[in-house]
Design a protein around this ligand. Structure first.
Ligand SMILES: CC(C)(COP(=O)(O)OP(=O)(O)OC[C@H]1O[C@@H](n2cnc3c(N)ncnc32)[C@H](O)[C@@H]1OP(=O)(O)O)[C@@H](O)C(=O)NCCC(=O)NCCS
Length: 200
């Protein structure tokens, strides 16, 4: 995997988790009443991301090494969510595109036990807030397969919260991804005004 360039992370390789971020509100999940702590990951969180990706059976699960490296180099544009019992239940991986500075969201994953409680939306908001603080980005991009209704809904809601548009275009088809992989459509969200927080 070729990792895109990005502004270097802080000296530790990652910012500490910030339980005070706007994206870290309490919620309930299928296991009961849990508080989610959402923040920038550290390299050891890459192991949890890898586990969640494998267990999702939906995402392209990359190597364990890829997630650990990601958490080292792209911590400021990624987040991990943990319950108050310490269990990792979700993550977002993102990077700033060198070409235009947009926050490219690569994977969003929520443990089945925590789905339906709005966690993915809150993680997306937290990753966005981090990217804005890091680089003043104004656009989000992501790729979604046409059959992923929950993901399309997730990003459409993000655009609505930020009072902006979302546009789709063809990106990668079977000529690049192979016949075994669904096409990946590009979704572009923005521009998003600096004061359009989605966390209210
Ligand atoms: C997609 C995923 C991240 C959503 O996580 P989540 O925490 O349950 O999502 P949220 O609760 O924030 O819901 C976001 C929106 O999607 C909707 N949604 C959730 N699951 C859905 C489904 N199966 N079909 C249609 N809409 C769905 C929700 O209703 C919500 O919209 P609403 O506010 O209008 O009701 C999660 O289902 C998942 O990890 N799936 C497997 C991996 C994956 O496909 N990731 C996305 C591609 S990278």
């Amino acid at each position: 995997m070729t990792a895109p360039e990005q502004a270097p992370p802080r000296a530790s390789g990652a910012a500490p988790r910030d339980s005070g971020t706007a994206g870290s509100r309490n919620a309930q999940d299928a296991d009961g009443d849990h508080s989610y702590e959402i923040g920038a990951p550290v390299p050891s969180d890459g192991v949890e991301m890898w586990r969640l990706a494998v267990e999702s059976r939906t995402l392209d699960a990359n190597s364990r090494y890829a997630y650990v490296l990601w958490c080292r180099d792209f911590a400021r544009t990624s987040v991990i969510a943990r319950r108050d019992d310490g269990r990792a239940v979700g993550y977002v991986t993102g990077y700033l595109r060198p070409e235009n500075g947009a926050l490219l969201i690569w994977q969003v994953c929520v443990d089945p036990v925590a789905r339906g409680a709005g966690l993915a939306g809150r993680m997306l908001d937290a990753a966005w807030d981090q990217a804005v603080a890091e680089a003043g980005t104004e656009r989000m991009e992501t790729t979604i397969t046409p059959d992923n209704a929950s993901s399309i809904r997730l990003f459409t809601k993000f655009a609505e919260r930020h009072d902006t548009t979302i546009e789709r275009e063809d990106l990668f088809g079977p000529d690049l991804l192979g016949d075994e992989h669904e096409p990946e459509d590009l979704y572009v969200i923005g521009p998003i005004a600096a004061d359009k927080g989605g966390n209210t």
